[in-house]
Design a protein around this ligand. Structure first.
Ligand code: PMP
Length: 431
């Protein structure tokens, strides 16, 4: 028996969830979700919502996508787990297919993990092993995950806890709206060189960059930043590690991987979330030579390359292709961004509208000149959106950004519902 009531679930959580997992609930009144289909979610009372969070970006091709469910179910019936100590063709096929998404497909190899943070953790170890250097650079408003190592490269203070390893120096995020050097690329690149010279040993293991910062508030990298950063990091002996956990799989519309925008090729690419459409999986995709030194110093993730998750992953890649979801992200994303810009014209609280494809955000300010973040209005609009049937995400270091990262199957019809609902929510929250 499962008790579906809100009260029952709330009580069991209060009694049995650790505080470290219990408290992170964004809504004033919690929600119990019962089922999902495509870009929609239904709660335990059968109210429908548009999932603009994609259940934390895990749902890339749509909730309960029949091909993903079928692929995973068929695999689970046959063999639910097979570790990498034994041979199974499904993860091997997925590795080949992931390598094929990279520039020069034959130069890449894959290590499967259970989550994004584990993949970040491994990428850090791989870079330190390959280069023989310890120091890493990361961006100030970065989020790379909850393991101790991933926290050590996470720049947002609220996500950092006691006991993280060190050897990490932070550089300012090139936020074109409110970064410390304003708009532009060069001052941020100069700062990377300055930080390498003054805050590190001068010899780097690498630099981690989310191609578009997610929890940081949808901060895209300006033109020339990724290639310029990679150049400076490589000059100090380090590797360029692209975190595509949020921005990958066609989400940004123009490219399958968001780093491609800058014509730069990373040494290591970290992915998770959308790869499994909800089934837990992460992966480090590395240039062959970078991964090679770990041959005699291997790492074993018990559930890494789990065939059920990998079967889901193969179906996800096929669906993105067959249903032209990257193109859908580009077209539907552009239409929604335009509607958000209209809203900015009519609602003074929206200081900035930004994004690419189906990865976008509005940032709330008290005053457009001072750009003082408006955390309270953001929270109010967020709650009002819920009443309009829209699940958004509050993000950014000051929680003043509403992030929209829906399943890639969001439709043009949804764009109207999102824009009209948001318009009403903004009116309710600020009127
Ligand atoms: N990198 C980025 C950019 C993320 O957004 C996240 C998760 N939000 C992670 C890494 C960590 O992934 P996971 O939660 O699967 O460990």
């Amino acid at each position: 028996h499962t008790d579906w009531s809100l009260e029952g679930t709330a009580k069991r959580r209060a009694d049995y969830y650790a505080a470290s997992q219990r408290k992170f609930v964004p809504f004033r009144d919690p929600l119990v979700f019962r089922r999902g289909e495509g870009q929609y979610l239904w709660d335990n009372e059968d109210n429908r919502y548009i999932d603009l969070l994609g259940m934390n970006l895990c749902i890339s091709v749509g909730h309960a996508h029949p091909r993903v469910v079928e692929a995973a179910t068929a695999q689970a019936r046959e063999l639910t787990h097979c570790t990498t100590m034994f041979y199974h063709p499904t993860p091997a096929h997925l590795a080949e297919e992931l390598a094929a998404t990279m520039p020069k497909r034959h130069e890449w190899v894959v290590h499967f993990t259970n989550s994004g943070a584990e993949a970040i953790d491994l990428a850090m170890t791989m870079a330190r092993t390959f280069t023989g250097n310890l120091d890493l650079l990361a961006l100030r408003t970065a989020y790379h995950g909850p393991t101790a190592a991933a926290q050590s490269v996470t720049g947002i203070a609220g996500w950092r806890h006691p006991g993280m390893p060190g050897n990490v120096a932070f550089v300012p995020e090139p936020n074109q709206y409110r970064g410390i050097f304003g708009a532009g690329t060069q001052p941020y690149l100069d700062e990377i060189a300055r930080v390498i010279a003054t805050a590190t040993t001068g010899r780097l293991a690498g630099m981690l960059i989310e191609s578009v910062q997610g929890y940081g508030g949808i901060v895209g990298m300006p033109e020339g930043y990724l290639s310029g950063a990679a150049e400076r990091v490589r000059a100090a002996g380090g590797l360029y590690i692209a975190d595509e956990v949020q921005s990958g799989f066609g989400r940004t519309g123009d490219h399958f991987w968001a780093f491609e925008k800058d014509g730069v090729v990373p040494d290591i690419v970290v992915m998770a979330k959308g790869l499994g459409n909800g089934f837990p999986i992460g992966a480090v995709v590395a240039r062959k030579e970078v991964a090679e030194p770990m041959e005699d110093k291997f790492m074993f993730h018990t559930y890494g390359a789990n065939p059920v998750s990998c079967a889901a992953g193969r179906a996800v890649l096929a669906v993105i292709d067959d249903e032209r979801l990257q193109q859908n992200a580009r077209e539907v994303g552009a239409a929604l961004l335009e509607r958000l810009r209209d809203l900015q014209d009519r609602h003074a609280v929206i200081g900035d509208v930004r994004g690419a494809g189906l990865m976008m955000a509005i940032e709330m300010v008290r005053n457009r000149d001072s750009k003082e973040p408006d955390r309270e209005t953001t929270a109010a609009v967020f709650e009002a959106c819920r009443a309009q049937g829209l699940i958004m995400s509050k993000s950014g270091p000051t929680q003043s950004v509403l992030r929209m990262v829906p399943p890639l199957c969001l439709s043009m019809r949804d764009v109207d519902a999102v824009a009209d609902g948001l318009d009403a929510a903004l009116g309710d929250a600020t009127g």
